[in-house]
Design a protein around this ligand. Structure first.
Ligand code: 5AD
Ligand code: SF4
Length: 459
């Protein structure tokens, strides 16, 4: 699709210059998943080209854009809290601009609520037209009106948006957008639309440019990466794409997320086993252990099938680190159902698990189910689950003490301690020179914690 961005970006740069704001600043606030984080890099890139300097300070910025998430209610509440905090600033300074984008805006009830209760917001758009951000902002500047432009469906994929990457050495790369699965609790298919895959040539071109600029670790992103390729003329599968990315010179590590167990085919398992650059980690959400509940969730897998899949993965890749998403409190969940969840967690032994309390989402089938579970019962189950998965994480980490792992150093934390990640995704803290950020360092693990490892650089 033709990209008219440049025209509006230049216009906005002129408007800012004419307004006499010497160096306007913009703050991009991101909620939610890696896909949103990637979209935010595109917002940052577009803003930068419009002449804005990027800042993390919402209160000081001339423009704030919230890239919203609606997967759970607390993500939505955070936005409302933030808008409330900015109300005064907006009243005092009408030149201050507030832009709302992302998944929440795809819901009519949200946009209606914002129009009613937060009518000082300047621009609203959704997930399907992020490339039009410069044009919408320009319309706002030209007319002074609040602009709302939310599309119900996605159009073709727009390539080549500007982008300011968060890290110079690792990068997320979208390979597909949307989700076709309609798990009954989940809002994502309604706000992100149907699955669309990028062409392999576009993906590879992006990764080659990244590699040429010093990126060595790639995270292939999609709501459901395993069904990559459906609808593409060339028919490339996800496993084939992994082979292609593995061939890109300069890339050392390949990760991907998320996968759906029902689409985790053997060819992907074999590609993970055989390709040297594909990291030995797999994020495979199972949500719940009870096959009865999984059916009500429309997950299209059973407890036995999931366990069998995990056993196959482990048999092929013995040193694999497994991570997952688990939900408690889905409507109708009984103690017996919950015991199946604990059973899967104990059987698989996840390196780490993202645990969630079920959150009712307007417009999803589960929201209409009558037997919503009592809040206190859910909290109790949640606490028991967290205790169990944390104990397993710690045990697995303790098993790594004494090993030497290759760490890609990512950042400097408190007290000059460096943070980095091993091939299997585990977070490692060690003392070292911050000049090591972006480099691979051998670190011997000396101590294990629940969520991270502590080590010493091997000289
Ligand atoms: N409530 C709680 N958690 C949810 N997730 C998706 N929808 C909901 C919901 N309504 C979780 C799932 C998914 C992860 C990204 O978020 O576990 O895998
Ligand atoms: Fe939501 Fe299910 Fe799609 Fe994941 S696979 S985004 S949980 S509908």
């Amino acid at each position: 699709m033709e990209n008219h961005n440049k025209y509006y970006i230049e216009k906005l740069a002129q408007i800012n210059a004419a307004a006499g704001i010497e160096k306007p600043t913009a703050c991009v606030v991101t909620y939610g998943c890696q896909m949103n984080a990637r979209d935010s890099e595109k917002f940052s890139g577009m803003l930068f080209e419009m002449g804005y300097d990027l800042t993390n300070d919402e209160q000081a910025a001339d423009l704030v854009i919230f890239n919203t998430c609606c997967v759970r209610e607390n993500a939505e509440n955070k936005l409302y809290g933030n808008l409330g905090n900015l109300k005064e600033k907006k009243r005092a300074n009408p030149h201050f601009k507030i832009v709302l984008a992302g998944c929440m805006m795809q819901q009519d009830i949200v946009v209606d609520k914002i129009k009613q209760s937060y009518n000082f917001v300047d621009v609203i758009f959704g997930t399907h037209n992020i490339y039009r951000f410069p044009e919408l902002l320009y319309s706002h500047f030209e007319t002074g009106d609040s602009i709302v432009d939310v599309w119900e469906n996605a159009t073709e994929i727009v390539e080549d948006l500007p982008s300011l990457r968060e890290y110079p050495f690792k990068a997320g790369v979208n390979i597909m957008y949307g989700c076709n699965n309609f798990c009954t609790y989940c809002i994502v298919p309604y706000v992100r639309g149907r699955e669309r895959s990028r062409k392999p040539a576009d993906i590879l071109a992006e990764i080659k440019v990244l590699a040429a600029n010093g990126v060595t670790e790639i995270m292939l992103l999609g709501q459901n990466v395993n069904s990559y390729g459906i609808g593409l003329e060339c028919g490339t599968t996800f496993a084939q794409l992994l082979y292609m990315v593995n061939d890109v010179e300069g890339i050392a590590r390949i990760r991907f997320m998320s996968s759906h167990p029902k689409d985790m085919t053997d060819d992907v398992v074999f590609a993970m086993r055989d390709l040297p650059k594909v990291c030995k980690m797999l994020h495979l959400p199972f949500q719940a252990g009870s096959s009865r509940l999984l059916k009500l969730m429309n997950r299209k897998h059973t407890k036995e099938w999931y366990i069998d899949l995990i056993d196959r993965v482990k048999a092929n890749i013995p040193d694999i680190a497994l991570t997952t998403d688990i939900m408690v409190g889905f409507p109708g969940e009984t103690e017996e159902d919950f015991q199946h969840t604990l059973d899967v967690a104990r059987h698989v032994r996840f390196s780490s698990a993202f645990t969630f309390i079920y959150s009712r989402r307007h417009g999803t089938p589960a929201d209409l189910m009558e037997n919503q579970v009592d809040e206190n019962v859910v909290k109790d189950r949640f606490n028991r689950l967290v205790t169990e998965v944390n104990a397993i994480s710690l045990e697995l980490n303790e098993g790594r003490v004494g090993k030497t792992l290759s760490i890609l150093v990512e950042s400097e934390g408190k007290n000059g301690v460096l943070n980095g990640r091993a091939d299997d995704g585990s977070l490692v803290h060690f003392e070292g020179d911050k000049a090591l950020i972006g480099k691979y360092v051998d670190v011997r693990i000396t101590e294990a914690k629940t969520f991270y490892l502590i080590g010493e650089q091997v000289q």
